[in-house]
Write a protein that binds this ligand. Structure first.
Ligand code: NAX
Ligand code: K
Length: 488
């Protein structure tokens, strides 16, 4: 997992890194530019029209000048638009890269940019180095960049966006942001999605250990992190090792929620899955998920289960059942959907929730539980205090879902697809996380593996089906995610 530092810490990190590696800051900038260009070439952008690069006076501008030089070597026609009045104001590495710019690359002041002439714009005007409110000229430069209606790729950050705060005044609206070393916090906040566009992370050789010495409780979860979170099973493993889970889900007209959770739990590897459903609705489960067993409220021994997930589709008249469960079951549970709404209506239940349990609200459920928040950062802070006070874990669902752990760490997920914004996806996730808990995973392991693989399965299903991807398609891809991650 990559630690997410503040914008102000980037220059300290750079200094540590270049001292430790015995390289110059200019070499690090070259590495960043090379990483950007590698991604750019992989994307196969058209070279039929010239590329405009807006370059500022700081190191973000230095990156832009190095990128212009490298792209030219690869046959792209680049034109640099300078966003500084005189060369005396340039940072040292920006000045070096200006000197290295081949004479064939034309340079003009930013206000001479004519959006009709270009096929793509690279925004290397401002990065993590902005301080205080934007100067007037900066706003005009940003407006100029935004006047381009084609693809705008921002280097490190969309110019004008602060690395650490929520909200912006003037800001480049990028279709893609290519950020270096770690994603800046602002790039992960949902209120900035429309200016950040697609997020690409470029490795510039700074290791996780180098980031770890900084104080931050935010992390970014990557594919390579997942295998280490998994439990290993072996040839003597038997059905019991894979856990016996119960899903309390479904009610008249909402039995699909129970079916989806149960199927997802099996596809995640559970040995035994039972569904607690209304007696008169049992046929739906027994025909749609024949592998599952049905149990009914009057004959249930909750403690016989390794893990319990409660909430999808149970309806809002199940307060008594929820209270009984919380009083009788003492292992971590997964609470989702209607269980969360019931919790927001009955705050006294909070003290009954078993420690290390997992609450998985989407933004609406979060608001019902914790009140309105003006920004995502405020939301994260509320969640952190709650998790630490109650020793619970909260997953704030959305693009870049955030795993808020009981010890205060908050982990942003990197997998997922916009095709997942459809009914039933939350039910699938509940089944997956409950399944991992039942297999003996800790709450942190179950969350990390469940959330990442749910997103990955969504990406894979989305790649196959595109628009119209169903929650059931995502379930079918879960086994493939284990293969993709090399987890047996
Ligand atoms: N470890 C990393 O992440 C690396 C970062 N590098 C690049 O270096 C950038 C940071 O460079 P710098 O620290 O030089 O900062 P920037 O280049 O982001 O910004 C500095 C410039 O912003 C102007 N500025 C500051 N506040 C302003 C305001 N309120 N209104 C208008 N203009 C304002 C300054 O006059 C200066 O010209 C990163 O964003 C990244 O692009 C890379 O070169 C290499 C490695
Ligand atoms: K930028």
């Amino acid at each position: 997992m990559i630690k997410i530092l503040s914008g102000a810490e980037v220059s300290i990190l750079d200094k540590h890194h270049i001292q430790g590696k015995g390289i110059s800051s200019h070499q690090l900038m070259e590495k960043a530019a090379e990483g950007f260009v590698d991604w750019f070439l992989e994307k196969r952008f058209s070279s039929s029209k010239p590329i405009a690069l807006f370059c500022g006076a700081g190191n973000n501008g230095g990156d832009g000048l190095a990128i212009a030089r490298l792209l030219t070597k690869h046959g792209f026609q680049c034109v640099v638009f300078t966003c500084f009045a005189d060369e005396g104001s340039l940072s040292e590495d920006c000045r070096i890269n200006l000197g290295l710019l081949p004479s064939a690359i034309r340079k003009f002041p930013w206000n001479e940019f004519d959006s009709e002439e270009f096929g793509l714009v690279i925004d290397a005007y401002l990065g993590v180095g902005i301080k205080g409110p934007l100067r007037e000229e900066a706003k005009s430069i940003i407006d100029k960049i935004n006047s381009f209606k084609g693809i705008k790729v921002s280097v490190d950050l969309p110019s004008g966006l602060s690395a650490d705060y929520s909200g912006f005044d003037h800001c480049v609206h990028a279709e893609v942001t290519v950020t270096f070393a770690f994603p800046k916090l602002a790039l992960l906040l949902p209120e900035h999605a429309k200016v950040t566009g697609e997020l690409v992370l470029v490795d510039i050789g700074i290791s996780e250990e180098e980031l770890e010495v900084f104080h931050s409780s935010y992390y970014y979860l990557l594919k390579k992190d997942i295998p280490a979170f998994h439990k290993k099973f072996h040839r003597f493993s038997h059905k019991g090792d894979f856990g016996k889970v119960l899903l309390i889900a479904g009610s008249r007209g909402k039995m699909g929620a129970a079916a989806l959770s149960a199927k997802a739990a099996f596809r995640t590897g559970s040995g035994l899955v039972s569904c607690q459903v209304p007696l008169e609705e049992r046929i739906i489960i027994q025909t749609s998920v024949p592998e599952a067993m049905c149990v009914f409220e009057d004959s249930i021994d909750w403690m016989a289960f390794d893990a319990i997930g409660v909430g999808p589709g149970i309806g809002l008249d199940q307060g008594e059942l929820l209270e009984k469960l919380l009083r009788e079951y003492d292992r971590p549970i997964v609470m989702d959907a209607d269980a969360l709404t019931l919790l927001s209506r009955n705050p006294s239940f909070l003290d009954l929730i078993p420690k290390e349990s997992i609450l998985t609200p989407h933004l609406g459920e979060f608001e019902r539980l914790f009140g309105k928040c003006r920004t995502h950062l405020e939301r994260l802070e509320k969640a952190r205090r709650f998790c630490m006070n109650y020793k619970l874990n909260v997953l704030i669902k959305g693009a870049n879902s955030v795993i808020c752990l009981a010890d205060g760490r908050q982990i942003f997920n990197s997998s997922g697809s916009h095709f997942m914004a459809t009914a039933g996806m939350g039910d699938v996730l509940t089944g997956m996380i409950t399944s991992f808990l039942g297999q003996g995973y800790s709450s942190e392991q179950a969350l990390v593996c469940g959330v990442y693989q749910h997103g990955l399965a969504g990406e894979m299903a989305g790649d196959m089906k595109g628009r119209g991807t169903l929650a059931s398609d995502v379930i079918e891809m879960i086994p493939e995610t284990f293969k993709r991650l090399g987890v047996s």
